[in-house]
Design a protein around this ligand. Sequence first.
Ligand code: UDX
Length: 437
Amino acid sequence: MDLSIIGSGYVGLVTGACFADVGHNVTCVDNDAHKIEVLRAGRVPIYEPGLEELIHRNVAAHRLRFSGSIKEGVDNSQIVFIAVPTPPQSDGSVDLSFIEKVAREIAGVLTDYRVIVDKSTVPVKTGEKVAESIKRYNRHGAKFDVVSNPEFLREGCAVHDLMHPDRIVIGAQSEHAADLMKKVYEPFMAPILVTDINSAELIKHAANSFLALKISYINAVSAICEASGADIEKVADGIGMDQRIGRNFLNAGIGYGGSCFPKDIAAFITISEKLGVPFSLLKEVQHINAAQKERFLKSIRDTLWVLREKKITVWGLTFKPDTDDIRSSVAIDLVGDMLREGAQVSVYDPKGMERAREISEIKSARFCENALDAVDGAEALVIATEWEEFANVDLAVVKEKMTTPIVFDGRNLFDPSTMAKVGFRYHSIGRTPVTPD
Ligand code: UDX
């Protein structure tokens, strides 16, 4: 099928490349001329495992092309996907101005029937507004259908998630549009759920909020583990073995971050308030998430006493491993907090350094070439993101390089007894701290 994707960010680019890989002809559109130039030159503006290879393969096969023109995208496709940003506003609501603008622009160039699909994460009832807007600016009176088709991919494994989805959600008001959408997804061989547009939009916010709730739940339990001497890893295993609950997303840590969870939960709280049914449970989820970082900071302060002038190394700046994305990263917040308290912070991340250098709050940190350089002379090591590179490091060398071998592991990357054997004083989340054997 001929498809176009308006917006070539994380979701748009990965979706476009995967659609092309299963045999569709795809035009990825973006209004950032530089980005289109970069993509046409064979470079990929984001780091996402497997994406570059996928793009190269499909560009070479002439199934994937890039354009700066919405008209070109709309003219050359039966189905037009909208995948533009929906950034948060200060009151927690979502800025829908990019979607509104794209809807207007699509309407202006619409000459024949098209299915217009919203893939961006939006509050419930946005599809109705998109349809209204297209109808209003539809100069040629062309027929169209609006569909909601939320995306559930995770950064760092986006290509895998898109190629092997748990489910496809299609919110449509016409059978014809739903049938066309089913054809798009046929090659993915995943279960397809067809709903009305409002339900599809709600599924996305409700799913992300539930996952965040699961993380906050286990983080709240981790605090009880610390107070009682229980082990959060064992507790999570024990809970997760119940198939009704499942072990996924029960990893305790310093809290969730990223471009989705914090924004989507705030948006879900705001839209439910607007609808007159406040969702106070989600406020508690937010509260626990913020408290988790504070509890971690407190354990660092309790151990080091004063942070001023302390040489502290932070491994990991991205909001999760296998991405270069540092948006709403708890790791960045932690570095900022420690710098403000006067600590001398050295940082290293396998992929996030370039973007992190641009964050003014952490400009005064020392940006290091590699994980071992970063710990040279350190009085404490903080692990903020669970990159595999850190898990595979030679711990004996790390210990030798540090002035005082104290580790604060915010992602439970290491086994406490191993750390004690190597000679570390080791603090982690929801587990009893250990001292050298
Ligand atoms: C999320 C959803 O998973 C995805 O379905 C949706 O499309 C977009 O939002 P993403 O933000 O890319 O994806 O990453 P995810 O793997 O969900 O992690 C989000 C945050 O939660 C990270 O900061 C991660 O470290 C944290 N997390 C995740 C935990 O603290 N514990 C866990 O058990 C899982």
